[in-house]
Design a binder for this molecule. Sequence first.
Ligand SMILES: [Zn+2]
Length: 320
Amino acid sequence: MKSVTARIHPETSSAKSVTAHAKLLNTWAEMREAGDGSWVTRICLELTAEPARSQISPVTRLPNGDYDLRIVLAGTSLVMAEDDILVADGLLRKVGVSDGGDGTVELRVILEHPATPTRDDIPGLPHTTRFTFPRDGVRDVFRGKRIGIDPGHGGKDFGIRGPVNLLEKDTSLAVALELRDLLSTAGATPILTRDRDIPLSDADRVSILREAGAELCVQIHACGVDDPLVQLYRIFEKPECAASAILGRKLTEAFFERMGMRLMDSGPLEPSESMPCPTVRVEPLCLTYFSDEANFRAPLFRKRTAQAIFNGIHRFLRQR
Ligand SMILES: [Zn+2]
């Protein structure tokens, strides 16, 4: 890796019109460990040259509970197309990139917690300008939270088998392990009913969750149907439990946002009486649908599935 020195750039308070000389080529976001153990979200811009100035607006609260701020880059024009980039990493929901007129580029940043970015630059070609947001708001939501993760099946009980031999017990575990990592990074205490391929009874699962003091639980399964041309994704909520219903709604919204997937509300969770906390079962994979099985073999797909569950849990806890 090339050794470069990132330098902190002073922000200016006004972005008056100047001739554009930097061209914005590309924009993306990443979640990173900051080095001191904390995590940050970064918006990275690749340009042909350093932007003349940048102005960061104050954070404002939106009616839906999100926050937004605007970053205006002076002396910059767009090469990339105007875009609305979905990030949905718990802090940064999305970034809109648009031509702000008068040789400026505007980034509209939608956040789930108020956070003010710092800018640094890595000179070179392309020139990289980064805006780094602390993720303290996400940690504040998850700190001390004990979250149950219950991957379905295990051992000889393999659940549904896909057309190319992918087993439900393995898909549920793969998502569970990704979710565990996301929750740990956010400062929560994940409680897995299993972290390897072992058989578990319903009673085993309940006692693991109860003894560890889980405050809520997401059960992870897959769906299977007789017709190989049908895609079906389902969600089940613990009956007569208002918190389960809200958690189910947040998970449904998060899956639609992150995966473009509609989870069908498919009735009460069974068996559920003994579950010691608000519980929702999700089936975000249709294993009998050929291309779903193929998609699931890609690590990025599993990460996105886990991220959708994480986002649903995060929004459920955030609004409490
Ligand atoms: Zn199952």
